[in-house]
Write a protein that binds this ligand. Structure first.
Ligand SMILES: *Cc1c(COP(=O)(O)O)cnc(C)c1O
Length: 421
């Protein structure tokens, strides 16, 4: 079993903690940049390639700026994500707007920014026309229905998913959009999540490339881009093998040359919309041990809780844990690692073998860089944590302060109880 090591040592963590108290999410700038460069290199064979980082995974302007410097755009799905992206200087074709059940205000903002709008349904053609207008370039989201099976135990269930439209609806949408002035089209689909295999993108690409050829023949629409969306997974568990993005890029290239090029569609740009793969391994939740408790099991209580990282409570997701400074100690103690919510699912780990833990130890919960902080909430009056960037030169920077009780009570500022003085 390969050891999974944090990107900080205990000494580095302690230097940060002296400045920013735990808990906080820590991000590794070097790791983020190197990974983004690997992604761009893997798809460099495609002239128009662009990764649109899924903002919902890590909505922090400092993180978005790093990715922008590495040539990425952003994928937004809501009004506030659009506002954050605008504040970071993303506009026009730097933005994919992949929303569903879309409010009027969100659609109007996306249109105003000149984003590539990805329509989730046939009825949204009329909706977009009524509330904003039909842009020259427009994308539609595809749902093939049925079961999507990668044949290696990894499958998902598009037939049960609320997203996208059928092939017939795609064709109808394109025809309608052309009549309303659209000139260039995109195709988008997201068929499986957190796929730890190099086969997902190539298989999805094959499906979407063939669909592109059929839609082009059927409607005459000019296909400008195909968006493979997100879903590329990471190795949360130490025994899992990480995806090889270079191999994934090559797999997609093969499909491109077999399907699109012979059909005369060799100028189609490829987009991706990864969140997890871009950020998850390059973030960790740093938390201090507050209590030890011995009842029917051994509990370690930390100062973070599920409100800071929801994935274990919500999906039973595995997040690896390192006791900083005890990396080489034997894992000969079995613990449940808990937060303080009044919910028994508030456990970062259950029956986890770890080195002997003492009060005051600092734990590093791995792979929280995506869908970590962002899924946070305020249950039990718990406050959202800070976010800290570990910079390439080894220094650190606060990139979001922790919430205070004043933030928590801010929405009562019109009442006599918490009036701003
Ligand atoms: C969530 C989401 C993504 C990113 O998914 P990851 O699993 O983080 O790669 C991309 N596109 C859309 C439309 C999404 O909803």
């Amino acid at each position: 079993m390969t050891q999974k090591l944090p990107f900080v040592t205990l000494e580095q963590a302690q230097a940060i903690i002296a400045d920013v108290p735990t808990p906080f999410h820590l991000y590794d700038e070097k790791g983020i940049r190197e990974n983004a460069r690997r992604v761009n290199a893997a798809f460099a064979w495609n002239k128009g390639f662009k990764e649109y980082f899924a903002v919902k995974a890590t909505p922090n302007p400092y993180i978005l700026k790093i990715l922008q410097e590495e040539g990425c755009g952003v994928d937004c799905s809501s009004y506030t994500e659009l506002l954050m992206s605008e504040a970071c200087g993303f506009t026009g074709s730097d933005i994919m707007f992949s929303s569903n059940d879309t409010p009027v205000q969100d659609m109007q903002k996306a249109y105003e920014l000149g984003a590539y709008i990805n329509l989730d349904d046939l009825t949204h053609v009329e909706f977009l026309q009524q509330v904003a207008g039909i842009p020259k370039t427009i994308c539609c989201r595809y749902n093939p229905g049925g079961v999507f099976d990668l044949g290696n135990g990894i499958m998902d269930n598009p037939g049960d998913a609320k997203y996208g439209m059928s092939e017939d609806q795609m064709a109808q949408a394109y025809t309608k959009l052309m009549a309303l002035g659209a000139e260039e089209f995109g195709i988008h689909a997201f068929l499986a999540s957190n796929t730890v295999t190099d086969e997902y993108y190539p298989k999805l690409a094959g499906i979407l490339f063939r669909l592109a050829v059929r839609l082009h023949e059927r409607t005459g629409a000019k296909i400008k881009f195909i968006n493979l969306s997100g879903g590329v997974g990471i190795a949360y568990r130490p025994e899992q093998r990480s995806n090889d993005i270079a191999k994934i890029g090559e797999g997609v290239r093969k499909q491109y040359e077999e399907i699109l090029v012979p059909a005369g569609l060799g100028d189609v740009a490829l987009f991706t919309e990864m969140g997890r793969y871009m950020l998850a391994p390059y973030g960790g939740l740093v938390t201090t041990v507050l209590h030890e408790k011995h009842i029917y099991k051994e509990y370690i209580g930390v100062d973070a809780c599920a409100a800071n990282l929801m994935r274990p409570a919500m999906y039973g997701a595995y997040h690896h844990i390192t006791v900083l400074g005890k990396e080489s100690k034997p894992c000969d103690h079995k613990y449940d690692i808990t937060g303080g919510l009044c919910e028994n699912n508030d456990k970062f780990a259950i029956d986890r073998m770890l080195p002997k833990i003492d009060k005051g130890d600092v734990l590093f919960i791995h792979d929280t860089g995506a869908h970590g902080f962002s899924m946070g909430y305020n249950y039990n009056g718990k406050l959202r944590s800070a976010e800290v960037l570990l910079k390439e030169d080894g220094s650190h920077q606060l990139i979001r302060r922790a919430e205070t009780p004043e933030d928590y009570f801010a929405t009562f500022d019109f009442t006599p109880f918490f009036k701003k003085s």
